[in-house]
Ligand binder design. Structure first.
Ligand code: GDP
Length: 442
């Protein structure tokens, strides 16, 4: 399993793509069109919003899993776009249990965010307004339409009638008959892809084939364990990803948490290590920190070990993938937050406070980390050729520092956006199972 360990955009897409070389199936466990996993192939850049990254490899099946909410028009376009570019290599499967994200949900998302922000867009939750939150609300409210229902027009019409009655307050609703017609049409186009995926995966696991679960969004956006209410509407944690893929927890071998060497956040919500000045601008510029889905500039700041330790225990990370170390290359030193000082003088090390406003009031206590040289083309060549022995000593010490501070070994290091710009550290030093919660006692 590959999961985001921060607020999203950690380069999960690149790490999932790297690991998909070893997988027979890749299943996306949650989220919807609010995500954008960027993968730099030799042929060019691909941003996957609703398809799992396995679709980019021959011999791999990419599954859009049961936990997702899927805009059927968008996934059809995403498939067509990959085909047009000649990049659809693996098989595509869509879970019949994934829910349909409707145009009504996009209208509702905007309506709800306006209500929350009372007309001031800066005061809302900063959702992508792609309808993801309302689609999950309908799923849990038992109003939803599932992808597998699209082949049953009578069921779709019945559900739409209820949904229209429930959402009569929304402005600009499309005529119901017209929407029903469009859904029947797109349902026909997607029918060859839609099937039961849990049974497919159970059979594959039974045959001993390998399955990679690709998480979307990230731990600190979890509806229950994230910075509520500035969170997403699903569970981007390991427990949520088991549910969202339909695979039982007992099948899980390893959980890779992906973290940048610094930190970013999109949308509203507390971000204690945010750098709003020149240094934030440096990270945004060098790291290319603009949203893959919305193009919004990401808020940038330093790595926060309080949040990373929390994410590590919450998810049971067995190893970490540390990405974008090239962005910090060439700095003399840079700060990493090792704990928080709270307004009452107390120190927090292992978990953030419950209230978002209290987290926003935390003052990071930083440790200054010695930098490593710039990751220029020659160093990249050595890293590609020799792997981990070519890591600069200062970078290696930083990775060891992260392992000591979080209790989780670093297994992968990303030093550039391209598919092959990933170092795999010696797996014999990486336990198959995590240190367990006992490592934290005291
Ligand atoms: P995801 O949603 O977690 O997959 O992340 P995004 O795709 O939104 O953002 C990650 C961005 O960083 C993409 O533009 C990637 O091409 C890029 N990227 C991934 N890994 C690295 C890396 O190690 N170094 C650099 N400089 N860029 C990277």
């Amino acid at each position: 399993m590959v999961l985001g360990a921060q607020f999203g955009d950690e380069a999960k897409g690149k790490i999932s793509d790297y690991l998909s070389a070893e997988a027979r199936y890749v299943v996306r466990s949650g989220g919807g069109p609010n995500t954008g996993h960027t993968i730099e192939l030799p042929e060019g850049k691909v941003v996957l919003h609703l398809l799992a990254c396995g679709v980019l490899r021959h011999g791999v099946t990419g599954i859009s899993g049961p936990g997702m909410v899927i805009n059927p028009f968008q996934i059809r376009d995403e498939i067509l776009d990959l085909e047009r570019r000649g990049l659809r290599r693996g098989e595509i499967v869509i879970s019949d249990r994934a829910h349909v994200l409707l145009p009504l949900h996009e209208l509702e998302d905007a309506w709800e965010d306006d209500l929350r922000s009372k007309g001031d867009p800066a005061a809302g939750l900063g959702t992508t307004r792609r309808g993801v939150g309302p689609a999950y609300e309908d799923r849990y409210g038992r109003w939803g339409i599932r992808m597998g229902d699209l082949s049953r027009p009578a069921i779709v019409k019945e559900r739409l009638a209820l949904l229209y009655a429930r959402k009569a307050h929304l402005p600009n609703l499309p005529p119901m008959e017209e929407l029903a017609g469009r859904l029947a049409e797109v349902g026909g186009a997607l029918a060859p892809y839609i099937r039961s995926t849990e049974t497919l995966l159970w059979d594959a696991l039974g045959r001993g084939e390998s399955v990679l679960i690709e998480g979307a969004q990230s731990a600190l956006l979890d509806i229950d364990f994230g910075t509520y209410p500035f969170v997403t509407s699903s569970h981007p944690t390991s427990a949520g990803a088991m549910m969202g893929s339909g695979i039982p927890p007992t099948e899980l071998d390893s959980v890779v948490g992906v973290t940048k060497a610094y930190c970013t956040r999109v949308g509203a919500g507390p971000f204690p290590t945010e750098e709003s000045g020149e240094r934030g601008e440096f990270l945004r510029r060098v790291g290319g920190e603009h949203g893959a889905t919305t193009g919004r500039a990401r808020r940038c700041g330093w790595l926060d070990l309080v949040l990373l330790r929390y994410a590590a225990r919450l998810n049971g990370f067995t190893s970490l993938a540390v990405t974008k170390v090239d962005v910090l290359g060439g700095l003399d030193s840079f700060p990493v937050c090792v704990q928080y000082r709270m307004p009452d003088g107390s120190l927090l090390r292992d978990a953030p406070p419950l209230q978002a406003s209290d987290l926003a009031a935390a003052t990071p206590v930083y440790e200054e980390i010695p930098g490593w040289p710039e990751v220029h083309e020659r160093l990249k060549e050595r890293l590609r050729r020799d792997g981990s022995p070519a890591l600069p000593p200062a970078l290696r010490r930083f990775l060891e520092f992260l392992t000591v501070e979080t209790g989780v070994p670093v297994e992968y290091v990303g030093y550039g956006p391209h598919r092959d710009e990933t170092v795999h550290l010696d797996p014999t030093t990486v336990p198959r199972r995590g240190p367990g919660l006992s490592a934290w006692s005291g």
